[in-house]
Design a protein around this ligand. Sequence first.
Ligand SMILES: [Zn+2]
Length: 208
Amino acid sequence: MTTSHLLRFKGHPVPYIAAWSSELVPLPPVYAAPGGLAMVGHVRDADGVLWKPFGLRAGMGRPRYGTVHGPRQRRCMRRLLCQVCGRPADRDEQGVLWLLESDPEQPGWPEGQVTTHPPVCRPCAALAAQTCPHLGGKVAAVRVGRPVMDAVYGQRYFPERATAYPSQRDVVLMSDPAARWMLGGQLAASLLDATVVDLPELRAEVPV
Ligand SMILES: [Zn+2]
């Protein structure tokens, strides 16, 4: 396997969905409109979600490894692209390849899991397992037959007259009226027909 196709900064690979410093933009003023949260200069998308704005300048400035670039994350989810390299995620007869933090205590896991992490391609799987902090070293490879992008992760707001005040971060179904009061950050997927599989390369050390 090779990681030579990845965007790099000072020799280290930078995941496709990581934001770069040049892409962070000030948040325009938000306010409470009759139909939900509104933002100056921005409108809801076709699903009725108001998304936090980002610039599109990957590779410029410094990578912000801890900040997910919303538009690229959503592109990965909608098109089932690898979150590390942006190429098509791996797929076989059991479904699309996802890496999840394993949770054997949870009954039925991983069926129905909700995640904001997009899938991966096969060459990037081992690298992601080694370097993604959210996996916490307890990584499982899961094939997903039916990934459903039906929820939004973001910042909830609550209205008080014309003012909107930020509340907690949350995952809300797009069909839930509460989604109208979210500033969306990322698409969340429900993983249906999910099967844990053995991926030998996850046990190997990968040079990064
Ligand atoms: Zn990849």
